[in-house]
Design a protein around this ligand. Structure first.
Ligand code: HEM
Length: 132
């Protein structure tokens, strides 16, 4: 690299950003949660498909799956999975709307993130009714 005759300025760039010490805007939280809910959905899908296949294998298998799903703790996990799926779908639709060019500005983006949280809370309550 030829540096002769040029002024080299050292830019003061932030190093070792600690994300836990930064107050995240609502759009960032919406984005992080969308990725997290996608990963939860991915793993949950494998377990749910296994449960479905086990329940269809025989009458005894069906009863075993009913017993597994009957536990309060399992119900709690199921509710969490349904909530994650609900948020992923709502957040996904929000993303697709933004891909079409709507709600891309700071204010409308923040508003749509809050709407997505609100819709997810309602769907999560409905999921709770479904599970218990
Ligand atoms: C089995 C169901 C699904 C699984 C396992 C899944 C998983 C994931 C994962 C892991 C990501 C994160 C990718 C990343 O940030 O690098 C993602 C992103 C995305 N998902 Fe899903 N997803 C599912 C269903 C859906 C549905 C039904 C929608 C439609 C509403 C959707 C819309 C999206 C969109 C738009 C993105 C990209 C978001 C972005 O650009 O940051 N997904 N998905």
């Amino acid at each position: 690299m030829e540096l002769v005759g040029k002024t080299v300025t050292k830019k003061q760039r932030p190093v070792n950003l600690d994300l836990r010490t930064i107050r995240q805007p609502v759009t960032a939280i919406a984005s992080i949660l969308h990725r997290v809910s996608g990963v939860i959905t991915l793993f949950a899908l494998a377990i749910l498909l296994w449960l479905l296949s086990y329940s269809l294998s025989s009458e005894a298998g069906f009863r075993a799956v009913v017993d597994i799903l009957d536990g309060f703790f399992v119900g709690f996990i199921l509710w969490g999975v349904l909530t994650a799926l609900a948020y992923h779908i709502v957040g996904g639709i929000r993303h697709l709307i933004m891909d079409l060019g709507y709600c891309e500005e700071l204010e409308s983006g923040a508003l749509s993130a809050k709407v997505a949280f609100g819709v997810t809370i309602v769907l999560s309550l409905l999921a709770g009714v479904l599970v218990w």
